[in-house]
Design a protein around this ligand. Structure first.
Ligand SMILES: *Cc1c(COP(=O)(O)O)cnc(C)c1O
Length: 464
């Protein structure tokens, strides 16, 4: 499989180069040259595959011959061997037409592990095969950093530096990053906001000589390998529904921030998975819900909510959807992105807007409504959901087409957000792995000033 840019100014490249490139060099995002179609008969034949075997089957056509079947199996087995549940992403039934797909059984109790365990092993594999030095640099508002660290800690040939806003991530998220003992991990608690962290990372990536000299690579959710790893669990969920006796297409309700997770569902649908509606659930940062309703994509200022991983205004993967909306034609995509740059908005109307509205339903969940949804789910179904998942529960109940079953994606374990649960007098049992974090020394943490110079000094010391 070869990969092209959504903006069209890049010669097609192979899978491994696409993983290493991250964002396309022309400023666009990488997408597969063609989307592989899975015939219904093949899908039926996959019904009883284990998660790792299914992952190999779904990913193989996207990778082509750059990784042998045996190596891919090894990578996948290693990536999902760290999950605490045998099924990797188990499906639970809530009631007669709602299911929950639990994506939080990986090392850091958030769904990002599904993609980042795989990406971490992939980086390890590439470094071993090609001798490439891999130094990962990223900024996190919480979940991504912990998950990325868990994906590469202790791996030879790889070092990882993560910036996070000092005092502004949850205690569990912080401990997950700072108590790691491996020497190839550096976490910098920046005395500023998440935006400061991102600005500094961007500035460092922008210094081309620095970036080359220190072999900096990104881990943000625009990496195509992350999207592809997420496509797998849409197939796993559908097949689990089949085994549970469901017939015909299903809806998926997805708590959405950067549009990565729901875009993976869109890709699964294009591959032929019987998906009826993709339900886009947002918190008060509702840019995507407004786009679905009006065709206007216009970032506003970020609001703080109980679901911080969705406190985002510019959904970086959205451009990939635009590419398909424009008939896989890069020219209008480049024009729309230029329009966003120039005028601060993108406007889509007519037939394109009808397509958007038939691809997605959307619902915005307010802050109090999110807590209400947590409480209602607990009393009605005796099932605790975290604030991100709660948005998807509420969206499924409100705009999910009632004639089809809906799978709700559960993106974090409720124990990661115990503070929000307590606001509705719900207590969460902390899993032993999380409880154990509180006794460990924070040996990987350094506090730095929010300047590029201060961060650069720490990085040079760490990477030299
Ligand atoms: C990252 C994250 C999301 C949002 O996923 P996107 O791919 O950015 O849309 C939702 N829930 C949790 C818990 C997350 O960590």
């Amino acid at each position: 499989m070869r990969y092209v840019s959504t903006r069209g100014n890049l010669s097609p490249i192979g899978f491994i180069d696409a993983v290493l490139m991250g964002m396309a060099d022309d400023g666009g995002l990488l997408v597969p040259e063609t989307v592989p179609i899975i015939p219904a008969k093949t899908l039926r034949a996959w019904r009883d595959l284990s998660y790792p075997d299914l992952a190999v089957a779904v990913l193989a056509p996207f990778i082509g011959d750059e990784i042998t079947a045996v190596d891919l199996q090894g990578l996948i087995r290693e990536s999902y061997g760290t999950f605490r549940d045998q099924a990797v992403t188990p499906l639970r039934r809530l009631d007669d037409r709602h299911f929950v797909l639990e994506l939080f059984h990986g090392p850091t109790f958030a769904f990002k592990d599904v993609a980042l365990q795989f990406l971490g092993n992939l980086y390890g594999y590439v470094s071993e095969k090609t001798g490439a030095t891999i130094h990962i640099l990223g900024a996190t508002s919480g979940d991504t950093g912990a998950s990325a660290i868990a994906g590469v800690q202790g791996k030879p040939g790889i070092r990882i530096g993560i910036l996070y806003p000092h005092g502004k991530v949850s205690r569990v998220q912080e401990l997950q990053m700072t108590t790691v003992q491996d020497e190839n991990v550096l976490t910098l608690a920046v005395e500023g906001s998440f935006d400061d962290c991102q600005r500094i990372v961007k500035a460092l990536f922008g210094e081309v000589t620095f970036k080359r000299r220190y072999h900096l690579r990104a881990i943000n959710s625009i990496n195509i390998a992350r999207i592809l790893a997420q496509v797998v669990y849409y197939f796993a969920a559908y097949l689990a529904c089949l085994r549970a006796g469901v017939r015909g297409p299903v809806n998926f309700s997805v708590p959405t921030g950067n549009f990565g997770d729901i875009f993976a569902g869109y890709l699964a649908k294009r591959m032929g998975l019987p998906v009826d509606r993709l339900i886009l659930a947002t918190n008060e940062n509702d840019i995507l819900q407004r786009f679905q309703a009006t065709g206007v994509y216009q970032p506003e200022s970020v609001r703080t909510t109980y679901s911080p991983a969705m406190d985002i205004q510019v959904a970086s993967n959205f451009e990939r959807y635009l590419y398909y909306l424009c008939g896989e034609n890069p020219e209008p995509v480049a024009a729309l992105m230029a329009e966003l740059q120039r005028t601060g908005q993108i406007v889509v109307g007519g037939e394109a807007l009808s397509t958007v509205q038939s691809d997605f339903s959307a619902y915005r969940v307010g802050n109090d409504e999110c807590l209400d949804a947590i409480a209602a789910c607990a009393s009605r179904h005796r099932y605790l959901v975290d604030p991100h998942t709660a948005c998807a529960v509420r969206a499924a109940e409100t705009v999910g087409p009632p004639d089809k079953p809906t799978v709700i994606l559960a993106t974090a374990h409720p124990a990661k957000f115990a503070e929000a649960m307590r606001l509705r007098n719900l207590s969460v049992d902390l899993p032993p792995e999380i409880r154990a974090l509180f006794g460990k020394p924070e040996s990987r943490r350094r506090v730095v000033e929010a300047t590029r110079e201060a961060v650069e000094r720490e990085l040079v010391r760490f990477l030299s």
